[in-house]
Design a protein around this ligand. Structure first.
Ligand code: ADP
Ligand code: MG
Length: 692
């Protein structure tokens, strides 16, 4: 048997030396198979000759004509200008780089065929540096039979090079082909073309292909590949889940010894949703394999209590629980809550964050190590090497969106206790649209807290242009006069945290000047954690009326008396982020306001986003809308981490395929031998999947 295409290095191809191989590596192309899966971004149509008279700016096409004049002109730059004519019109060709031979070849009277994009020039339409060939009057020069692919490329790697490599790779495909991993009956049922045909087709589609369909990525050949890719991701997540299941976890019995007094001590009864989710978690914790549960609950739905219940179940069974938050402010807030809740029950709560240094840090570390601390709250500092747990039974990760998918995977490995892995509870306030949950979180069980505690009045949201800033300021003044507290949020200016903090500083100064009767505080990301915590503490204790902040307050901070929020330039933020921010108000029983103060003019998308914010406070609806407007990379927050990146599939465009993936995965039970190769084909043997 010949070598599989996935094992033939590109250097086996004609003309590929080390330099070219390095460039290809930048495109993640190492093998002949990689080349085959490196699909065109778009296509050029060189299959027909377009009459010059019908050209419009932006058209990229082939024209043919007779050279009328060709002159070197001395404008701002020396250039060779050539005019051609075909009986329907004339067109200018412009060359900035040319040599004498080229100039001589473009003699008046000769016929040429060129290809480029037509643009509006000084004297009508022109093509700049077209590709061209001289036509021989005796011979018929055929046009291309197929559309010409345009591949994603990198610096110094020309399209023509990539095209010839792809063509070479296709000859390998013709000779031996790639293994078809989708069984015939499934392909027929779902009308999916054969793998090799699909690949061949997409590299060189015939002239009569439905081009708009192809450009939208919805051609059956594309959908077939996208489908297999989604299926491969699904399988890999299932595998991950199975692997976790194979591991043991401590059985955490729910005796109620601690949870009962805890619940009795709370000033409120649990909502129905909290009870249901709490029970789901409690059930999982009693299993001998690790829980992997994602709890989605809108901001303010009361996830912290559910986390506390889980932690108590671990403590009841004699094991520690760790609670991890993404920021120090949040971790500290949790620490305060947990201390207030648990110390009366005789449970020692330890605390660890990056800012904790020296002797204090040692004390906390020691308490975790010797098991004196039963519950540990902290930031990701909890998972540094020096941290040793005595007997960890449960890890709670709050607002895991901030941690990214990578960390979620690596977290499972941390805190491993001999043969046993701790249970894991992941909480997020950013609801994930259902379609995404199915693909991105197939390795997790999901619970949804779909009910807010009673007595909350929804936040009334208004959208106002910043030319009415003074009115907004008056509103702040009167709200504070009524004893309310106000957040004033300054959003990101460009991608610079420094600038953002600066803007917040300036705003705080201006507001202090304009509102001298108010006590104004400031928090931003460049302050030391201790300073931040100090200001937050004063705001929480109602020693400040107005808190000017950057988006650092986005997640989780809980000050029920703060009932007004002004967000400057909300058009810069995604919906999920706006929703998070707005969730900081509306936590008490008084009516809350959120003022979205935009800077005109708004883009169409910007307008639409703000409209969504005005019309709904339902986090799930907002998440669906966010997905629609921004795409899944942003929504999942995986852009930075590089996970969940698809070669071909697009979670949004192909969302209808996602709903089939689960079903087909079930149908493929009869073909277990196809699963591994499929995962390998699409995901490689990355560490995330290989080692977990
Ligand atoms: P989340 O983390 O889901 O955004 P929190 O856990 O911070 O929400 O809870 C928000 C607020 O609601 C807190 O002040 C909390 O004490 C309160 N709360 C939680 N559960 C209930 C309930 N069942 N009834 C009334 N208030 C509740
Ligand atoms: Mg929270």
């Amino acid at each position: 048997m010949s070598q599989p295409l996935a094992e033939i290095p590109v250097t086996d191809l004609k003309g590929v030396g080390t330099a070219l191989a390095l460039k290809l590596e930048r495109l993640a192309i190492h093998t002949v198979q990689d080349l085959l899966f490196h699909l065109p971004l778009r296509y050029q149509d060189r299959t027909r000759i377009v009459p010059i008279g019908s050209l419009r700016p932006g058209d990229e096409c082939v024209v043919e004509g007779e050279v009328k004049v060709a002159d070197v002109v001395q404008g701002r730059r020396r250039s060779l200008l050539c005019r051609i004519q075909d009986g329907t019109g004339t067109l200018t060709l412009r060359f900035f780089h040319f040599n004498a031979a080229q100039k001589n070849s473009l003699k008046p009277g000769s016929r040429i065929r060129c290809f480029a994009e037509a643009r509006t020039g000084a004297a009508g339409l022109e093509m700049v540096h077209p590709e061209y060939t001289k036509l021989d009057s005796d011979k018929l020069t055929p046009v291309a039979e197929n559309l010409t692919p345009v591949y994603p490329t990198t610096d110094g790697l020309h399209q023509t090079r990539l095209r010839s490599l792809a063509t070479q790779a296709l000859t390998y495909l013709d000779r031996q082909g790639l293994q078809e991993l989708l069984p015939d009956n499934i392909r027929q049922q779902w009308r999916l073309p054969e793998l090799n045909d699909a690949i061949r087709y997409l590299h060189h589609p015939p002239a009569d292909v439905d081009q708009p369909l192809l450009l939208d990525g919805k051609h059956p050949a594309q959908r077939r590949l996208a489908f297999e890719e989604l299926l491969a991701h699904h399988f890999s997540l299932l595998k991950l889940r199975e692997k976790t299941r194979e591991k043991g976890a401590p059985v955490l019995q729910a005796s109620g010894q601690l949870t009962q007094p805890f619940l009795q001590g709370l000033p409120f009864p649990l909502t129905g949703a909290q009870q249901r989710v709490g029970a789901e978690v409690a059930q999982d914790l009693q299993q001998p394999y690790p829980m992997l549960r994602l709890v989605q609950g809108d901001v303010g739905s009361g996830k912290t209590v559910v986390a506390a219940l889980a932690a108590l179940q671990s403590v009841e069974s004699g094991l520690q629980a760790a609670v991890m938050a993404p920021t120090e402010i949040l971790a500290e807030q949790h620490f305060n809550n947990f201390t207030a809740w648990l110390e009366p029950l005789g449970i020692k709560v330890a605390w660890l964050a990056g800012k904790l240094k020296g002797k204090q840090r040692e004390t906390q570390l020691e308490a975790m190590r010797n098991g004196e601390a039963r519950v540990v709250v902290g930031t990701h500092a909890l998972f540094q090497e020096e941290v040793v747990f005595h007997d960890l039974g449960l890890v709670v990760v709050d607002e895991q969106h901030r941690f990214g998918v990578h960390q979620r995977l690596s977290l499972r490995e941390k805190g491993r206790n001999g043969e046993l892995s701790p249970h894991q509870l992941i909480m997020t306030a950013t609801p994930i649209p259902r379609t995404l949950t199915m693909s991105a979180y197939a390795d997790l069980d999901c619970s949804i807290i779909d009910e807010l505690p009673p007595g909350r009045t929804p936040v009334a949201t208004v959208v106002i242009g910043d030319e009415r800033r003074h009115q907004v300021i008056e509103r702040v003044r009167s709200a504070c006069r009524d004893g309310r507290q106000v957040y004033w949020v300054c959003t990101l200016i460009e991608e610079s945290e420094a600038l953002q903090c600066q803007a917040a500083e300036v705003t705080a100064e201006q507001l202090t000047e304009t509102l001298p009767e108010l006590r104004v505080g400031l928090v931003h990301g460049r302050m030391k954690p201790a300073e931040k915590a100090e200001v937050m503490g004063r705001f929480k204790a109602a020693e400040l009326d107005l808190l000017v902040a950057t988006t650092v307050i986005e997640v989780g901070v809980d000050v029920p008396n703060a009932s007004v929020m002004i967000i400057e330039n909300p058009e810069r933020l995604g919906l999920a982020q706006l929703h998070q921010l707005r969730g900081r108000v509306g936590r008490g029983s008084v009516e809350s306001f959120c003022v979205l103060m935009y800077h005109a003019p708004l883009s169409k998308q910007g307008r639409e986003r703000l409209k969504v914010m005005r019309e709904t406070t339902d986090g799930f609806k907002i998440a669906e809308k966010d997905l629609e407007l921004r795409g899944p990379g942003e929504v999942l927050g995986t852009r930075q981490t590089g996970m969940m990146q698809f070669k071909i599939a697009d979670l949004q465009r192909d969302s209808d395929l996602l709903t089939r993936v689960k079903q087909v995965a079930g149908q493929m039970h009869g073909y277990p031998q196809h699963v591994e190769p499929m995962i390998r084909r699409w995901l490689g043997v990355g560490e995330e999947y290989g080692n977990v």
